[in-house]
Design a protein around this ligand. Structure first.
Ligand code: AMP
Length: 292
């Protein structure tokens, strides 16, 4: 079983010990309810060598007032078991007061980049994400931190934050892990009924419809956006939030496709909000899907 610490003081002690024995520090930030997607990050960290710290913390500041903070799944014992199976060296599972003591007042915001796509639908979300991730970086002092392509905008915003604030951490991105039928793994999939689980496939089908248009030669972003939107809007029980075709470097909307292109979608399936994305590498004459 992996060792667990709950305070920043203990975390720093253990990490300092690992560092003094010459190990590099690897951090995998999570909100728990671990699944194969998280496990893939743990395995990537394990394979890179060094001392692997997993944080398990449902971060309240990244949830909106009407979101699912109170009912977010928290199967802590199962998570610990999973961390052990994947060879994590330490689990950092702080209580909320350890991260946000009374009177906490300092937040980090990546202006502009936090207000589009997910940020437009979830005001304050990335402010919460950036704040907690920067805090985790400062608490654990990792050399490398691991994130999933599943949350594409999160990675883009966090990389920008790290650049802007000279944070000496390398951010490594791991491909989205999917079920055999294509559904992206998410801790929120447990909210779906059997019927909704089927409808949720609309997200990946929509993205793939957009991708297929690009692979067939389409370079007009609006046409690709329409293809993505069409599949999602054509599925009963699915309410599209956004379908976006943007630069994967800057999150800027594109008119003509070129370079690294992110197809991103968010939709509500019943009461559950899901996101997914695909990354494409596009030139005038060629296009390919890239895993990360
Ligand atoms: P969360 O616990 O949802 O905050 O996610 C923790 C980390 O796991 C984030 O970097 C996510 O992008 C990543 N992650 C979540 N789902 C997947 C997935 N299906 N494939 C790969 N990474 C994932």
């Amino acid at each position: 079983m992996t060792a667990v610490v709950k305070s920043v003081t203990e975390l720093r002690q253990v990490v300092a010990g690992a560092r003094s024995s010459g190990q590099s520090i690897r951090l995998v930030p999570t909100m728990g309810a671990l699944h194969e997607g998280h496990a893939s990050l743990l395995r990537a960290a394990r394979a890179d060598g060094g001392f692997v710290v997993v944080s398990v913390f449902v971060n309240p500041t990244q949830f909106g007032p009407r979101e699912d903070l109170s009912r977010y799944p928290r199967p802590f014992e199962k998570d610990l078991e999973r961390c052990g199976q994947e060879g994590a060296d330490l689990v950092f599972a702080p209580p909320v007061e350890e991260v946000y003591p009374p009177g906490f007042a300092t937040f980090v915001e990546v202006q502009g980049w936090s207000d589009v796509l997910e940020g437009a639908s979830r005001p304050g979300h990335f402010r919460g994400v950036c704040t907690v991730v920067l805090k985790l970086f400062l608490m654990a002092g990792p050399d490398v931190a691991y994130f999933g392509q599943k949350d594409a905008q999160q990675v883009i915003v966090l990389k920008k934050m790290a650049r802007d604030l000279n944070v000496a951490v390398e951010l490594r991105v791991c491909p989205t892990v999917r079920e055999a039928d294509g559904l992206a793994l998410s801790s929120r999939n447990v909210y779906l009924s059997a019927e909704e689980r089927g409808r949720a496939l609309a997200l990946v089908r929509a993205l793939r419809a957009g991708r297929d248009r690009v692979l067939a030669g389409e370079r007009d972003a609006e046409a690709v956006r329409r293809a993505v939107r069409g599949v999602a809007e054509g599925t009963p029980g699915v309410t599209l939030d956004y379908a976006a075709v943007v630069s994967a470097d800057s999150l800027e909307p594109l008119t003509r496709l070129h370079g690294k292109v992110l197809l991103a979608i968010a939709a509500r399936v019943g009461a559950t909000r899901l996101i997914d994305n695909l990354l494409l590498s596009v030139t005038e004459n060629e296009a390919a899907e890239v895993p990360v």
